[in-house]
Write a protein that binds this ligand. Structure first.
Ligand code: PEP
Ligand code: MN
Length: 339
């Protein structure tokens, strides 16, 4: 439920509303807008005390949200959320250009790739230190050593960093190094992990599961938001389909679909969606044109030697050209890709 506070309500009255909501067994989330103050209330509204919420003095209107996701819903906020990752804003017309190798493989290798993507205009450096591999015999990532390298190289090129967290037991360690967590497709419904990340205030890139619906994705975001972490960026990365000439099927309609249903930013990852460097640039352009708040691209300077996802890596030169194309599209839409 959303409680719209009367415009002339005093601080004391607002505090009273917050206390009363808690007394009734619900969790309040206060949002102060420029025009209005609203309180998002989560809990089981079907209980008899739901009606009592509407009777609290100082409330102008109580709106029930029937959707199963509430804090993530468009009803909760008509204004688009802007998520801050270091100095980078994602959303509200400011686009993320996330680039880097699938995995951190070595200090020298990441340094070379970071230098090239930074020069091209990428504003967030990615690299996995803990890798969710289909085979237990494939390269699993460098672990903490990879986190150290990613942090150092991020600092060297003045880029915030994003890296994947796969397990609740990794949250504390990774939080010491990263600016943004990535929750991968395979973990989108790892509810314990979502809850744990919800307890932090570190921004999260939440990827859509390979067989998850848009509603499932928003429900997973709700877990993180319900814990009090408001810094969620969604990511469309393709879903499984019968098509076998691409790695997954990119659901570009997820972008405007999410935007209609949620105030959260959404970016697109054409690398994992298509698995094909010949398709990635066109799909990046289409993503920005469709209203995405950024794109996520795997880049490697020697794809044939990459320890994971080599076949889908874009070469640095192609990425540089792509970044120019994306800036042109962004500016036509009145958006920017900040440095
Ligand atoms: C990745 O970003 O390297 C990755 C494993 O992505 P996804 O979870 O989308 O497969
Ligand atoms: Mn990858």
């Amino acid at each position: 439920m959303i409680l719209v506070v009367q415009p002339n309500a005093t601080e004391k009255e607002i505090n009273h509303i917050m206390e009363r909501v808690q007394e009734l067994g619900f969790t309040p989330h206060l949002i102060r807008g420029e025009q209005r103050t609203v309180i998002g209330v989560v809990g089981d509204e079907t209980r008899p005390s739901g009606e009592a919420l509407e009777a609290i003095p100082g409330i102008e209107q109580a709106l029930r949200i029937l959707k199963p996701f509430k804090l993530a819903s468009r009803e909760f906020s008509s204004k688009d959320r802007v998520v801050q990752v270091g100095k980078l804003s994602i959303g509200g017309g400011s686009l993320a250009l996330i680039a880097g190798p699938c995995a951190v493989e070595s200090r020298e290798g990441l340094d070379r790739i970071a230098a090239s993507v930074k020069k091209a205009g990428a504003n967030l450096l990615r690299g996995g230190a803990f890798k969710p591999r289909t085979s237990p015999y494939s390269f699993q990532g460098l672990g903490e050593e990879g986190l150290k390298i990613l942090r150092d190289i991020g600092n060297k090129y003045d880029m915030p960093i994003v890296t994947e967290v796969m397990d609740v037991r990794q949250v504390e360690l990774i939080s010491r190094y990263t600016d943004m967590f990535q929750i991968g497709a395979r973990n989108m419904q790892n509810f314990d992990l979502l809850r744990e990340i919800g307890q932090t205030r570190i921004p999260v890139l939440l990827k859509r599961g390979m067989s998850a619906t848009v509603k499932d994705l928003l429900m997973s975001a709700e877990y993180i938001l319900a814990g009090g972490n408001e810094n969620v960026v969604l990511c469309e990365r393709g879903v499984r389909s019968f098509e076998d000439s691409t790695r997954n099927m990119l659901d570009l309609s997820a972008v405007p679909n999410v935007k209609g249903q949620s105030h959260l930013p959404i970016i697109v990852d054409p690398s994992h969606a298509t698995g094909r460097p010949d398709l990635i640039p066109a799909m990046c352009s289409a993503s920005i044109a469709a209203g995405a708040d950024g794109v996520h691209v795997e880049v490697h300077d020697c794809p044939e030697k990459a320890l994971s996802d080599g076949p889908q890596a874009l070469l640095p030169d192609r990425f540089t050209k792509l970044a120019v194309e994306l800036r042109t599209i962004a500016s036509a839409l009145g958006k920017v890709i900040p440095a």
